[in-house]
Design a protein around this ligand. Structure first.
Ligand SMILES: CCCCC/C=C/C(=O)SCCNC(=O)CCNC(=O)[C@H](O)C(C)(C)COP(=O)(O)OP(=O)(O)OC[C@H]1O[C@@H](n2cnc3c(N)ncnc32)[C@H](O)[C@@H]1OP(=O)(O)O
Ligand SMILES: Cc1cc2nc3c(=O)[nH]c(=O)nc-3n(C[C@H](O)[C@H](O)[C@H](O)COP(=O)(O)OP(=O)(O)OC[C@H]3O[C@@H](n4cnc5c(N)ncnc54)[C@H](O)[C@@H]3O)c2cc1C
Length: 657
């Protein structure tokens, strides 16, 4: 790898600083990483050999130590930048304990609680005097929130709400930290007053005794069992049987129930969905893009040291990175990590701007933010988790071992396709907004992520050279035209179906397969446009700007070459231009190949964080693999009990004959 590092033609540290958002950010992140990897109590350990129970207990122990010992020792607070960096860069799949408490329960308390309620519960939550979960999803409903069955019926006489799960499908199912850790739940239930339903509302419900940690009367709670990943998280179940809570436990920033049962709404009913917008807007970096970056680091470093086969007959074996097919598997995902990182940054900045507007009672930006966050969450989580699996396979047999570190990264990242809104549902939510926009574009000027719809002129691409397809303005135009045209086509189909008598809900369902593709085109347009414009404005050395431009072009071309049908159907690219775009991608793979190790080094993931025998900085793969395997519990004895049992059985059988 040192030989590879010698040929990198840009300043790696400069790129790390750009990726982090500045040299000071890099310094802070490294300070956090140093504190963590030099503290045996919280440094990453190889959990590949641990049982589920050991992983859960280890995760809880680490988090309690982090909040009770490390933070006070370092002078940090749970919301200080250092802790955000800690969770942003901690190894995926290893730091899950209290993830919902810290990342969902507390923010939702701030979103839904009145000032008095925040003053009451926030200090307790911040000090871990109460551990909370966000209990919305039920065994029978996760997507269709209007179908949630848990009820909160107001009892005027006692000024209480009676929380009840009327049947097994109403049981809360999946909430993180619920199974064994939480003693409170921010519970979403259908509010009922005098037999009238008011929809989903947030309630604070204590579920365990604060001293004994035993479930309170009427509460049945536990862990839902083993999962694909998230092994350190006790995703749980919660059944409530006529559980009574005070009237004051309805979190009442957006709506309240007066003592006499009068219902008072204070904000748009869509604000109850606000918690989901927040997480979709901010979770992608840590759960999807960072995971992709780790997998890229492991796969690229391994591919540079793994020698397999002759490229030129009779010559020495080459590293598998010399094969074009391997470069095609790896380098577009290195590009995707950089490109989506900056697109996610723009989305989270847009969310932060919206929260400031909301403080001034202006929620006009919510529809665009909801659509963009739903679309980005679906497209980025899917592209990243699909990419991680391709990167795992690119490592051959050792990629199938937990020693590679990639399976645990994938098993955690892929969950992002489901939680916080199942991806297809999210794509269709975004499609709903896009169809409205295209139908208004003749009379209303579009802004934000749909500004490209204002240009409705028909055109075609005029590029007639391979180098022309490496120009960012050409690529941005390709994506904007494709996104607009596929949206127009889908909207026309919808309109045609309804004009010919089909009910609108049925027309929507009949068009939903195209609409999913429309949103993917819209979001990749947003990602490419964001990164291309960001590079233009970026102040950096020419070698770094050049490599970023190459990465943007590579990501764009890999997307175009994966969906040439769209570009042909809308008439923007000719078959010959599709061939030129394909050649342009292959040329970019060769241009970027010499910089591959520098591009992943720039992500700056420490060996401690990667926990990978294949992806360590020094590239000593085989020594690490062997040392790792020897730690297998099966190797504690030369002859395992099972082998002894088999021998006894076989010997016994021989004697019988
Ligand atoms: C570290 C890892 C931690 C993991 C923690 C995980 C936590 C969780 O998973 S929490 C549970 C997450 N669950 C969801 O996200 C549920 C997803 N489902 C939905 O959000 C709903 O299906 C729905 C709201 C998208 C649709 O339900 P429905 O009642 O059918 O509503 P409509 O489609 O008719 O839309 C009504 C109206 O509301 C607007 N809208 C929908 N969602 C939002 C939102 N989040 N923010 C703002 N506005 C929203 C929607 O656009 C419609 O508006 P109009 O078009 O103006 O009518
Ligand atoms: C790791 C993990 C952690 C989680 N943590 C939490 C948590 O802390 N708190 C919490 O409340 N929940 C949590 N969840 C639950 C999660 O939010 C739900 O699983 C998610 O919202 C999807 O809902 P569902 O499981 O009911 O899937 P469903 O909605 O039943 O999806 C099943 C299939 O139906 C399709 N489908 C459903 N509705 C439509 C539609 N309208 N149009 C087209 N297709 C549709 C979907 O696309 C999907 O293919 C977690 C889940 C996971 C996996």
């Amino acid at each position: 790898l040192e030989k590879e590092r010698g040929q990198v033609n840009f300043n790696v540290e400069e790129l790390t600083n750009i990726y982090d958002g500045g040299a000071e950010e890099t310094k802070l992140r490294r300070k956090v990483a140093d504190v963590i990897q030099n503290d045996p109590e919280v440094r990453c350990k190889d959990i590949g050999m641990m049982t589920r129970e050991e992983r859960y207990i280890d995760g809880v122990r680490r988090c309690v130590y982090l909040y009770k010992v490390l933070l006070p020792r370092e002078g940090w607070t749970p919301v200080s930048k250092e802790v955000k960096d800690y969770f942003k860069y901690r190894n995926i799949g290893k730091e899950r304990s209290f993830g919902v408490h810290a990342g969902v329960f507390i923010p939702c308390l701030l979103s839904f609680g009145s000032d008095e309620q925040i003053a009451k519960w926030l200090p307790l939550a911040m000090q871990f005097q109460i551990i909370g979960t966000y209990a919305q999803t039920e065994m029978g409903h996760g997507t269709f929130l209007r179908g949630l069955q848990t009820t909160a019926t107001y009892d005027k006489k006692n000024k209480e709400f009676v929380i009840n799960c009327p049947e097994i499908s109403a049981m809360k199912w999946w909430p993180g930290d619920l199974g064994k850790s939480a003693n409170h739940a921010l519970l979403m239930a259908q509010l009922v007053i005098d037999g009238k339903k008011y929809g989903m509302h947030p309630f604070m419900v204590q579920i365990r005794d604060l001293t004994t940690h035993m479930p309170l009367p009427g509460i049945t709670v536990g862990d839902i069992g083993n999962k694909v990943g998230f092994e350190t998280t006790d995703n749980g179940f919660l059944h409530l049987n006529q559980v009574r809570i005070p009237r004051e436990n309805l979190l009442c920033k957006n709506a309240e129930v007066k003592p006499n049962g009068t219902y008072l709404t204070k904000a748009s009913d869509k604000m109850v969905y606000g918690s989901m917008v927040r997480l979709r807007a901010i979770i992608l970096e840590s759960e999807a893009v960072s995971a992709l970056g780790k997998a890229c680091t492991i796969a690229v470093r391994y591919s540079l040291v793994r020698c397999q086969g002759e490229l030129e007959p009779g010559k020495p074996e080459v590293s598998v990175m010399e094969y074009m097919t391997q470069q095609k598997k790896l380098l577009p995902y290195v590009a995707m990590t950089y490109v989506t990182h900056f697109a996610c940054l723009k989305l989270s900045n847009q969310y932060n701007a919206f929260t400031r507007e909301m403080d001034n009672n202006d929620i006009s930006g919510l529809p665009e933010l909801h659509a963009l966050s739903a679309g980005m969450k679906a497209v980025v989580s899917e592209q990243c988790s699909d990419g991680i699996e391709i990167l795992r396979k690119s490592c051959g047999g050792h990629g199938y071992s937990n020693a590679s570190g990639i399976p645990i990264i994938w098993s955690s990242a892929v969950a992002c396709c489901t939680y916080e809104g199942e991806n297809t549902v999210m794509l269709l939510q975004c499609a709903r907004y896009l169809v409205k926009c295209i139908n208004q574009v003749q009379t209303t000027r579009m802004v934000g992520s749909v500004a490209y719809l204002n240009n409705m002129t028909q055109s075609t691409c005029h590029v007639d050279s391979v180098s022309g397809f490496k120009q960012l303005d050409v690529l941005v135009a390709c994506f904007q035209y494709r996104a607009r045209e596929v949206l127009k086509t889908a909207a026309l189909k919808l309109s045609h179906l309804t004009k010919h008598g089909m009910a609108s809900y049925n027309a929507w369902n009949q068009s939903s397969v195209e609409l999913v593709n429309v949103v993917k085109a819209h979001i990749t347009q947003f990602i490419v446009t964001t990164f291309a414009s960001g590079i233009t404005e970026l102040e950096c050395t020419k070698p770094v700007k050049n490599v970023l431009q190459q990465l943007c072009a590579l990501y764009a071309l890999s997307c175009i070459n994966a969906s040439t049908g769209d570009f042909l159907k809308v008439g923007y690219l000719s078959p010959r231009q599709c061939d030129l775009a394909h050649e342009a991608e292959l040329e970019l793979l060769s241009c970027i190949r010499p910089n591959a190790v520098g591009l992943v080094d720039a992500f700056d993931f420490s060996d401690d964080l990667l926990q990978s025998c294949l992806g360590a900085y020094d590239g000593n793969v085989y020594e690490r693999l062997f040392a790792w395997a020897k730690k297998s519990p099966l190797n504690k004895t030369e002859v395992t009990i099972y082998q002894q049992y088999i021998q006894i059985r076989l010997i016994g059988r021989r004697k019988a004959f």
